[in-house]
Design a protein around this ligand. Structure first.
Ligand code: SAM
Length: 376
């Protein structure tokens, strides 16, 4: 394997030389630096002691948790032998200490304890029962095959961070795969990303509820063709019931008008879901990570503006895409800033949304949004 050295956050790591990222023998995607930035910022705010990067590849994520957060014990794991060998190299490159190896597991004992493991993530998580304060799942595609063991391996009041890159599935391009993996009906069109994110959270809520665990969504977003969710677990049957009560369904007509309702089974036909209809962020938490982000050497130049957008965004279910509304209702496209201004003049809250540069979130009724698009 030939390598190139890459710097990200406070880490410098070796990554395999490859023409395209998916051809590399060990995976590294520089675009995901933003995902790793937000993960590190989360750990800086919440200060978990034991962290698992369950699907590590080059080890960049776990190494950044070690270098950039107060975590004291960091586990890196990957099933691939090439990844395991590279993780060891990269840990030694970044963290001082003596590396000892036995049976596909290495220990680096320095100021921080680092454990590098080669094996199936499900096996490792089953072995480390209720052990981690923060458990990070960053798989290829869907995280569903790791959710059960992750929910047993993380502490009952721990933090679960989950990436899903199977956006085609969650956004309805592969409906049957969504029915199979998430037991949910996906929607296509302009609401597909927000609904996909909510289907993912809804699924984690249902998995958690089995273990009498509820969830608080610290932050959930869509970006660069992936979904990312940071959840704080809450222990107890009542907490699980509370989270389940925030699940429900979405309906949308051909003009783009939508409605949603929190219910366990859909009360009428044409429903999309089940999905999470609760908040997508904890306002205080987002303010805290934003503050940390402004004073931290980050890996991606867009992390701060993206967090600012998330902090500002009105947290109500679903949004109106001005281009889709114009097309479906025979209207001219109006500048999004103007539509937001008009809605605010009328006394409604309205903001941009990270789901689309042409969309707005507002509490205004559908007809008022159309009026604002017309400039009435
Ligand atoms: N977290 C990494 C980062 O931030 O750069 C990227 C991880 S990559 C998307 C997914 C990794 O999961 C691959 O390196 C793959 O070898 C590993 N993997 C796939 N199935 C696994 C399993 N069952 N157990 C452990 N690792 C697995």
């Amino acid at each position: 394997m030939e390598f190139v050295e890459v710097r990200e956050g406070l880490a410098k790591i070796l990554v395999p030389k490859a023409r395209r990222i998916y051809d590399a023998p060990v995976f590294y995607n520089p675009v995901m630096a933003l995902n790793r930035d937000v993960s590190v910022l989360t750990a800086r705010v919440l200060k978990p002691k034991r962290v698992l990067d369950a699907l590590s590849a080059t080890g960049i994520r776990g190494i950044r948790y070690a270098l950039e957060t107060p975590a004291e014990e960091i586990w890196l794991n990957d099933i691939s032998e090439k990844a395991y060998d590279l993780m060891k190299k990269n840990v030694v490159l970044n963290v001082r200490g003596e590396l000892r190896e036995e049976n596909n597991r290495s220990f680096l004992l320095g100021e921080k304890v680092m454990v590098i493991n080669r094996g199936d993530a499900n096996r490792l998580m089953a072995e480390k029962f209720r052990y981690f304060d923060l458990l990070d799942l960053d798989p290829f595609g869907s995280p569903v095959e790791f959710l059960d063991t992750a929910l047993r391996s993380v502490k009952r009041r721990g933090i679960l961070a989950v990436t899903a890159t199977d956006t085609g599935v969650l956004c309805g391009a592969y409906r049957h795969a969504c029915l199979r993996k998430y037991l949910a009906e996906p929607i296509r069109g302009e609401l597909c990303h927000e609904a996909g994110l909510r289907i993912l959270i809804g699924t984690i809520v249902r998995y958690s509820a089995k273990y009498d665990l509820g969830v608080d969504v610290l932050l959930a977003y869509y970006r660069d063709h992936y979904f990312r969710v940071f959840l704080k677990l809450k222990s107890g049957a009542k907490k699980a019931d509370e989270s389940i009560s925030k699940l429900g369904y979405l309906w949308q007509d051909e003009r783009g008008r939508f409605e949603y309702s929190r219910e366990f089974l859909p009360g009428k036909p044409g429903a999309y879901g089940p999905m999470w209809l609760g908040p997508l962020k904890d306002v205080e938490f987002v303010e805290k990570i934003l503050e940390k982000a402004r004073n931290h050497a980050l890996g991606h130049r867009k992390t701060v503006p993206f967090l600012e957008l998330l902090a500002e965004e009105l947290d109500v279910p679903f949004h109106y895409d001005t281009h889709a509304l114009a097309r479906k209702n025979g209207l001219e496209v109006r500048k999004i800033g103007k539509v937001i201004e008009k809605l605010r003049e009328l006394g409604y809250r309205a903001t941009r949304t990270h789901f689309s540069p042409t969309a707005i979130k507002t509490e205004a009724p559908f007809e008022e949004v159309l009026n604002a698009m017309r400039g009435d």
